[in-house]
Write a protein that binds this ligand. Structure first.
Ligand code: WTA
Length: 677
């Protein structure tokens, strides 16, 4: 984040008290919040234990609340047993079987709805089918699906039989899918023929085929939902239609009771090195937090129509689409498509037609829709909305004010919720009936969450407005349990800096004089593009995997809508070095390499090469990772010890004055070249 932005945030003095009509009805009022905070401050484990007894349907009650014996791997409620999907859905299947659980709308306006009973039946059918295919408790199943009910059904079907789901966002490329399937050693992939976005097909099954041709892998079965009706290639030995399996599966699917710490899912997320991390979450602690925060933060009730616009491929789509709101018996809206299709009124039209009461989206979407003006939202009846939320990146005060004024019509509280894939659920956020809000601040930690800002030595910064490391100093039930298969990396990434009881978030933040938290950005090499974390190293690795590229350095720069965008600096190989590139590994790669050789052989116009490299990253990692800017340069600026001077590149990407010390630069002349437009 640039200093300019930090200053503008600093000068933010607007404050909005809880709206009286909202506060008087809210599940958590000021008094209750104070009581929860006091308890959470002095006895966090006791608070979590009480809440988990109250909120979760335990098959076998627990006696141990928090086990620190394997710190920093903490275990919660570890001798208890339950089934996360059953605990989530079954109370509502019994109590309100005919209430809509999911309302789906496709981009072309096609719509369907499933009641709790229908959802439960579909989950049992698919669960039984998976068991019939030999999937057992603890096995990993990769889900690569469009944003449709079957994606959620697949997640719950896995949970019901104790299998560990790993959802891979449908926008990720075949290559990313391959890496995740292999890392998780998944034997089964669940997908669909194709999804739709912006009027185009997203060919998921074809991407699965391509991924599984990429190299060795453990996949023995691909289960395909018929969704778009697109023609697809078929591998008789490996592929099965989901509807054929569910039609012939045994009736009923008794839930598999697992220990509280049994992994519920893995979700891969970017880190500061090239390899994505399989963030592992537990069955009980995770579900508790997802369910609870829906009540605390969204004031969610059974009669709410909740729409969180996140895809199930991200953590937000896990906690606040597939688990949390269903655990509270609400009706969940899901939409498969782009927010601006066919025009920028789509979100508001959905809110109007389905009577959405609580709406949760990302600042990037708000900024994109804000740019289209106030007239579009004004055409829709948004009176059903009672609460608005944001997540994924800091929201700039202008976007916050627009959301408040134009969407919330000044009568809906806004909850700016800070959390991460690793935290499992919301950690710092207003409680809408109790916390005064300030545009741009996520306000204060939730009860039981011991968030703090510390300096380089781990000492708490008490002085207002001084930035530091955002850390969490007491374990909480929905925290990640591990990085799949890499305990060392887990310890090092999250607890390496300040010890076993201080979780390092990777974000920097400051606290103002009222104790409000303001997130300042990431401290590691992570770019936040449209609310999605991408490791700059991942993009660099993809670039250097191209036969024409010798070296690459990727930095971020502020972007009006996306928050941040990717700027890549690339050094090309010499002509002779390119011809010695490694032989292709597969047919697909051979065809691609041939194309590349031809493109490279032609005296490459920089423009064509830039286009080609951007498209290459798209293919390797998916469109969100595609650099907006890509500059081909002669050499990367490095210190004499060989470290790339990223801060310098960042300044260049942002067209800022170069004021850092470049005396250690190996090739001082380079700076002159680089700063020339
Ligand atoms: C950023 C998304 C400011 C932050 C749930 C965090 C935010 C990363 C906010 C996690 C917010 C998320 N204000 N920054 N309200 N919410 N972030 O894992 O940098 O995709 O570390 O989880 O997003 O991204 P992730």
């Amino acid at each position: 984040m640039s200093t300019g932005k930090i200053e503008s945030v600093l000068s933010e003095e607007r404050r909005f008290d809880p709206i009286e009509s909202f506060a008087s009805q809210a599940q958590v009022n000021e008094e209750r919040l104070d009581a929860l905070r006091r308890r959470g401050g002095s006895d966090p484990a006791g608070l979590w234990a009480d809440l988990s007894r109250e909120m979760l349907a335990w098959h076998k009650p627990f006696t141990v609340t928090l086990d620190r014996s394997r710190a920093p791997h903490f275990a919660w409620f570890s001798d208890g047993q339950l089934n996360a999907s059953e605990a989530c859905l079954d109370p509502w299947i019994r109590k309100a079987p005919d209430r809509p659980a999911l309302i789906y709308e496709g981009e072309r306006g096609d719509s369907r709805s499933l009641t709790y009973r229908e959802l439960g039946e579909a989950v049992e059918r698919l669960g039984a089918a998976l068991r019939g295919q030999g999937v057992a408790s603890g096995d990993r199943v990769v889900i690569y699906m469009p944003m449709c009910p079957e994606a959620i059904i697949a997640m719950h079907a896995c949970a019901r039989i104790g299998a560990v789901h790993s959802v891979v966002f449908g926008g990720f490329s075949a290559r990313s899918l391959y890496d995740r399937v292999v890392d998780a050693s998944a034997e089964v992939v669940i997908t669909a023929d194709a999804g739709r976005r912006s009027g185009k097909f997203v060919r998921l099954k074809a991407a699965v085929d391509q991924a599984l041709e990429h190299g060795e892998h453990p996949v023995r079965r691909v289960i395909v939902f018929r969704h778009s009706g697109e023609d697809i290639a078929w591998h008789d030995r490996r592929d099965r239609w989901a509807h054929e399996l569910t039609d012939s599966a045994a009736a009923g699917c008794p839930a598999e009771y697992v220990n509280a710490e049994h992994p519920l899912f893995l979700l891969y997320t970017s880190g500061s090195t090239g390899k994505p991390k399989g963030i592992q979450h537990s069955a009980a602690g995770y579900l508790l937090h997802a369910k609870l925060t829906c009540q605390w933060v969204f004031d969610l009730r059974e009669d709410d129509v909740f729409w969180c616009t996140a895809d199930v491929g991200w953590i937000t789509g896990h906690s606040y689409v597939a688990y949390g709101p269903l655990a509270n018996g609400a009706t969940v809206v899901i939409y498969e498509g782009a927010p601006t299709y066919p025009d920028g009124g789509r979100f508001w039209s959905l809110c109007e037609r389905y009577g959405v009461t609580v709406f949760y989206t990302a600042p990037t979407a708000i900024r994109a829709l804000m740019k289209l003006g106030d007239e579009l939202p004004a055409q829709y009846d948004l009176s059903s909305l009672r609460l608005l939320g944001t997540v994924g990146e800091p929201i700039n005060p202008e976007a916050w004010m627009w959301y408040h004024r134009v969407i919330g019509r000044e009568r809906c509280p806004i909850v700016d919720t800070w959390w991460q894939t690793e935290t499992g659920g919301i950690m710092i956020s207003p409680v809408p009936g109790a916390t005064p809000t300030k545009p741009g601040s996520c306000t204060r930690p939730l009860p039981g969450v011991h968030a703090a800002i510390v300096d380089e030595n781990g000492n708490e910064i008490t002085e207002p407005d001084r930035g530091g490391y955002l850390v969490i100093r007491h374990p909480w039930p929905s925290m990640l349990r591990n990085i799949w298969g890499d305990s060392e990396r887990y310890r090092e990434t999250y607890f390496g800096k300040f010890g076993d009881s201080c979780y390092v978030t990777g974000d920097s933040a400051r606290r103002d004089a009222d104790g409000y938290f303001w997130i300042m950005g990431r401290l590691d090499d992570v770019v936040n593009v449209s609310g999605h974390r991408l490791g700059t190293m991942e993009v660099e690795s993809a670039l250097v995997a191209h036969p024409a590229v010798a070296e690459a350095a990727v930095v971020s720069r502020p972007h009006e809508i996306k928050g941040e965008s990717i700027f890549a600096f690339v050094v090309l190989k010499s002509e002779s070095a390119r011809n010695e590139s490694a032989p292709p590994k597969s047919e697909g790669e051979a065809a691609r390499s041939e194309g590349e050789r031809q493109a490279i052989a032609k005296p490459s116009k920089q423009g064509a090469m830039q286009q080609q490299l951007r498209a290459w990253v798209d293919e390797q990692l998916g469109p969100i990772a595609r650099p907006d800017d890509l500059r081909i340069i002669e050499a990367l600026p490095k210190t004499r010890s060989g470290k790339i001077m990223r801060r310098l590149l960042r300044s260049i990407a942002r067209s800022e004055a170069i004021n850092q010390d470049v005396s250690t630069l190996e090739n001082a002349d380079l700076v002159r070249q680089l700063t020339q437009p």
